[in-house]
Design a protein. Structure first.
Length: 97
């Protein structure tokens, strides 16, 4: 944040750990901007810089995964999703059909 010319040096920008989320740790970057006209662009620039810094350091953001349990499907869809149907589709694509 300090490297961005639209972020004021005083008061100094700070990062605050605000809470434990469901699957995350929540932080806030608190800073003062040189003017409200710069806010949206500055927010984009800072978020992009944070993402770039994470990528450079190989820090991955883990997103929660969900399992989907399907109780029933129409018979025609069940047939299309069967392993035999998948093999037929693979064979057809390999033969150029």
């Amino acid at each position: 944040a300090a490297a961005n010319p639209n972020v004021l040096e005083e008061p100094e920008p700070v990062v605050v750990f605000t809470e434990f989320g469901e699957s995350c740790l929540n932080f806030e970057l608190r800073l003062y901007v040189s003017g409200l006209l710069h806010y949206r662009r500055l927010k984009h620039e800072l978020n992009t810089a944070i993402d770039d810094a994470f990528r450079e350091r190989r820090i991955e953001i883990a997103f929660p995964q969900r399992d989907l349990h399907i109780r029933s499907l129409p018979p025609e869809l069940t047939e299309k999703l069967s392993p035999a149907a998948a093999r037929r589709a693979d064979a057809a694509s390999q033969s150029g059909n």
